[in-house]
Design a protein around this ligand. Structure first.
Ligand SMILES: Cc1cc2nc3c(=O)[nH]c(=O)nc-3n(C[C@H](O)[C@H](O)[C@H](O)COP(=O)(O)OP(=O)(O)OC[C@H]3O[C@@H](n4cnc5c(N)ncnc54)[C@H](O)[C@@H]3O)c2cc1C
Length: 217
C-alpha cells in the first residue's frame, strides 16, 4: 500500500509548523498532529476581550538572523515591541535586566565605575566565605541591595521556597550591564505578531492537514 503522506509531524508548535510549511513548499505531503486542542504549541495566543493572551507565558520573537526574520514576516506582521521589563519592589520601579538605569535609581550613581564600585563594596561587606544557599550565592555575586530588591522576591515566587532553602548552584552568575540599556534581548530583530502567534502559525499551516487532540503515543 502507498503511504498517503511523506511526513507525519508530531506537534503543531513552531518547530512542527515550520517543518510542515517547508516540506509542503518542496512538494511533500504532510500530516500534522498535536495532542493539544489547538495549534501553535507554547506560543499559542487566544483573544480575550480584544487582548492577545499568551496562555503559556509571554513570548517575544527575537533573532539575529536576517533570513529567519524575513521568513516569519511572510506569515505575520510584527510590531516593534522591545522587551524592557520593570520590577516593582514595594512601589519602587526598577528597570531590568540590571543595568545603569537600575543602579542610578537604586544608588544615584551615574557612571559605570561608580556602579561597579558600589557592587564591589557590597560584595566585600557581605564577606560570605562559604556559599551554602542561593541567598549567599546571590549576595556574594551582586551585593545585598540587588539581591533584596530584585532577586529575592522573584526567585522565591518562581521556586515556591525561601532563597535560603534553595541550592547555590541555581545562579552561578547574574548578568550585570554597566551600560544604559533596558533591552532584555540583544537580538537585532524582535517583535510580537500583530495578529497573535496563533494566526501566524495558522498561516504557516495554510493548506496543510492538521488533526488536533491526537496523541502520537
Ligand atoms: C514561559 C515561556 C516563555 C518563553 N519566552 C520566549 C520568548 O520570549 N522568546 C522566544 O524566542 N522563546 C521563548 N520561549 C521558548 C519558546 O516557547 C519555544 O522555543 C518554542 O515555542 C518551542 O517550539 P516547539 O515547536 O519546539 O515546541 P512546543 O511549542 O512545545 O510544541 C510542541 C508541541 O508538540 C505537542 N506534542 C508533544 N508530544 C506530543 C505527542 N506525543 N503527540 C502529539 N502531540 C505532542 C505539544 O502538545 C506541543 O503543542 C518561552 C518558553 C516558555 C515556556
Amino acid at each position: 500500500m502507498m503511504n498517503k503522506y511523506d511526513y507525519l509531524i508530531v506537534g503543531a508548535g513552531l518547530y512542527g509548523a515550520v517543518f510542515a510549511q517547508q516540506a509542503k513548499e518542496r512538494g511533500k505531503s504532510v500530516l500534522v498532529i498535536d495532542r493539544r486542542p489547538h495549534i501553535a504549541g507554547n506560543v499559542y495566543t487566544e483573544t480575550v476581550e480584544g487582548i492577545h493572551v499568551h496562555r503559556y507565558g509571554a513570548h517575544i520573537f527575537h533573532t539575529n538572523d536576517r533570513a529567519v526574520w524575513a521568513y516569519v514576516n511572510r506569515f505575520a506582521e510584527f510590531n516593534r515591541f522591545t522587551n524592557s521589563p520593570v520590577a516593582n519592589y514595594k512601589g519602587e520601579l526598577y528597570s531590568l535586566p540590571f543595568n545603569m538605569y537600575t543602579f542610578n535609581k537604586m544608588w544615584g550613581v551615574v557612571t559605570p565605575q561608580e556602579a561597579a564600585a558600589e557592587i564591589e563594596r557590597q560584595r566585600r561587606e557581605a564577606g560570605i566565605a562559604e556559599l551554602r544557599n542561593l541567598e549567599e550565592q546571590a549576595i556574594s555575586l551582586v551585593g545585598r541591595d540587588i539581591y533584596e530588591k530584585l532577586v529575592k522576591g522573584y526567585t522565591e515566587k518562581q521556586w515556591g521556597r525561601p532563597c535560603t532553602e534553595l541550592p547555590a548552584f541555581i545562579i552561578r552568575r547574574l548578568p550585570v550591564r554597566l551600560t544604559f540599556d533596558n533591552n532584555y534581548f540583544s537580538a537585532l530583530y524582535q517583535g510580537i505578531p500583530v495578529g497573535g502567534y496563533t494566526r501566524m502559525v495558522e498561516n504557516m499551516l495554510d493548506g496543510i492537514e492538521v488533526r488536533l487532540g491526537v496523541d502520537y503515543l
